[in-house]
Design a protein around this ligand. Sequence first.
Ligand SMILES: [Ca+2]
Ligand SMILES: [Ca+2]
Ligand SMILES: [Ca+2]
Length: 229
Amino acid sequence: MNKLARIAYIVFPVLLLSLLIDITSSSLHAQGVLCPGNIMVNSSFEAPIIPNNNWGHPDETLVPGWETDDPTGDIEIWNSPFLGVQSVLGDQHAELNYINNTALYQDLPTTPGIIVTWQLGHRGRSGIDTMSLRFGPPGATVEIAQFSTGLAWRIYNGTYTIPAGQTITRFEFRAINTASGNPSVGNLLDSMAFGILCDHGDAPVSYPDAAHRINSTYFFNTFAKIESS
Ligand SMILES: [Ca+2]
Ligand SMILES: [Ca+2]
Ligand SMILES: [Ca+2]
């Protein structure tokens, strides 16, 4: 490589980096071009709109983004403050147990090898309810963890590495049991998220530990709400 080529080799990436840094501080970032954040659709169950202080069980075709394996095809959604429960984000949330211990899920496009960060808000309805978080290709998910939560919302989050060949990942929530044992009463969900961890150029250089980073307000600022609990 001659001297000119060497200089170009060094300078061009620096110029490109400067340009990228400039772009990251512009509105492009806010539009999600470089930082898509949460790629879920209707991740906090705000659609379709249910009458105030009431509940509904629209067919899954009327609920953007979400699918169920309940035989009825219905998804239960509450509008706050129905039965005294305030949504953790926005005005609506879902009840995983419509009438059965079944699942809600979204199938999301993923790149093998990439680490995604996920979030879910969970609350028991009449006591401690238990649900399962599952990931995998459509139709072949495996359980990642179970969560048992009482009468206050909790936000859980973590990471998942997309396996080789998995270009569609099912992000699935399955009811395991309910406090009362009644399969139509339990497992409230809200404020879900799934996407690539990124910041918008305004994050601290370092964090005390991984939990601080994940729970940072800089994490996915397109996420609806991030909090530790
Ligand atoms: Ca919501
Ligand atoms: Ca309301
Ligand atoms: Ca129900």
